[in-house]
Design a binder for this molecule. Structure first.
Ligand SMILES: NC(=O)c1ccc[n+]([C@@H]2O[C@H](COP(=O)([O-])OP(=O)(O)OC[C@H]3O[C@@H](n4cnc5c(N)ncnc54)[C@H](OP(=O)(O)O)[C@@H]3O)[C@@H](O)[C@H]2O)c1
Ligand SMILES: [Zn+2]
Ligand SMILES: [Zn+2]
Length: 350
């Protein structure tokens, strides 16, 4: 086993502590990655919160982090696409069965045998719990590592690997392009990248936010419109006016107000807080509307998203913190106090 250092949830406390961790020895198709920058996704907060108080989880380690960039430090003998020293990026899935219809179609994120998650997943070979990117080293199959395109700042590019790909796939699949009317609900980590990507695709893009103080930010990101979600008259004015609504709201919420923004035959893509939702069917019936969802992305889409972002100079707007301030970052994310993504600098773990 290899040894590294990371930030782990231990026992019943939601506080992450600096801990020595083990990584597997390299398999033939593995890379060892020195993790330099890791984004703080709201899913990390959900995971820490769920673990806190979850019965029977005491022995299962939780090291969050599933959008990171770094440098390859070592390669297994069967690795062909990377050599030591290459800049590399890793997202929220690190393996899949490789054989099912979804994997064969390049949608490893929908693998019928469930993709291996970057953290709190189960390794397909040794059954161990995967430990995430809030650590100085990660060992990953090369098939699930991506060359980081030149020109992308490695710290600001890290959030592309979860937030970016999660919004890219539905925007792409729903055919968003020049003139498509897109609304993005929730201007957080996912939302601000959805705005940048939609604008770069040529869409007429509007932000729907409960935070009226984010209007200037929205415009700076390229949005053409801004709707305050807590103002009923603004929601009424925007009724039936978007071909695509991308919902990134991180808390359980009523989909009705967002469905009513969708234009006839348009789609609400619900990407945010996952779990049961109730839908008033007349909100779909009136206007023949579609309700959809998505999550993460397959390998071809991830590569295409990185190329697109490199071509258009798209990275996240980040607040970079030394990893020792990870608990502060999670606290502030919980309070919606971030513009628009925290990224941890892991070099303080050396
Ligand atoms: N589908 C997937 O594969 C996938 C991947 C990554 C993340 N996620 C999920 O997507 C969600 C967003 O993640 P993120 O990292 O972008 O989070 P984030 O940075 O915290 O952004 C979430 C945004 O949602 C809005 N919001 C939060 N609480 C709200 C509430 N109670 N009512 C209305 N709006 C609220 C806020 O925007 P405003 O202030 O603008 O209203 C906030 O900025 C999380 O639930 C995360 O777990 C899903
Ligand atoms: Zn994420
Ligand atoms: Zn599969």
């Amino acid at each position: 086993m290899r040894s590294t250092v990371g930030w782990q949830v231990e026992g019943p406390s939601p506080t992450l502590r600096r801990t020595r961790l083990e990584r597997r020895d390299l398999r033939p198709d593995d890379l060892a990655v020195r993790v330099d920058y890791c984004g703080v996704c709201h899913t990390d907060l959900h995971a820490v919160g769920a673990r806190h108080g979850e019965a029977g989880s005491a022995g299962r380690p939780l090291v969050p982090g599933h959008e990171f960039t770094g440098v390859v430090t070592e390669t297994g003998p069967a690795v062909t696409r990377f050599t030591a020293g290459d800049p590399v990026a890793v997202g929220n899935i690190v393996d899949s069965c490789g054989e099912c219809a979804m994997c064969r179609a390049g949608q490893e994120n929908f693998c019928h045998a469930f993709p291996t998650l970057t953290y709190d997943g189960v390794d397909r070979h040794d059954g161990s719990t995967t430990l995430g990117g809030y650590s100085r080293e990660y060992v990953v199959r090369e098939a699930f590592a991506y060359p980081l395109p030149a020109g992308l700042d490695p710290a600001a590019a890290a959030p592309l690997l979860c937030a970016g790909i999660t919004v890219w796939e539905p925007l792409h699949a729903l055919g968003v392009g020049k003139g498509t009317r897109v609304a993005v609900a929730g201007l957080g980590g996912l939302g601000h990248l959805a705005v940048k990507i939609a604008v770069a695709l040529g869409a007429d893009t509007t932000v729907v936010s409960r935070s009226s103080d984010k209007a200037d930010n929205a415009r700076r990101l390229g949005a053409h419109g801004f709707v305050v979600s807590t103002a009923p008259e603004q929601l009424a004015d925007a009724r039936d006016s978007f071909d695509v609504v991308i919902d990134t709201v991180s808390a359980p919420h009523d989909l009705g107000p967002y469905l009513r923004l969708v234009a006839m035959d348009g789609t609400l893509s619900h990407l945010g807080h996952l779990g049961p939702v109730t839908v008033e069917t007349t909100d779909l019936l009136v206007g023949r509307k579609h309700l959809s969802s998505a999550g993460s992305g397959g390998r071809p889409a991830t590569t295409a998203m990185l190329d697109f972002c490199a071509e258009h100079g798209i990275t996240a707007d980040i607040e970079l913190l030394p990893s020792a301030r990870v608990n502060e970052a999670l606290d502030r994310l919980r309070r919606n106090d971030v513009r628009h993504r925290f990224v941890l600098d892991l070099s303080d773990l050396d």
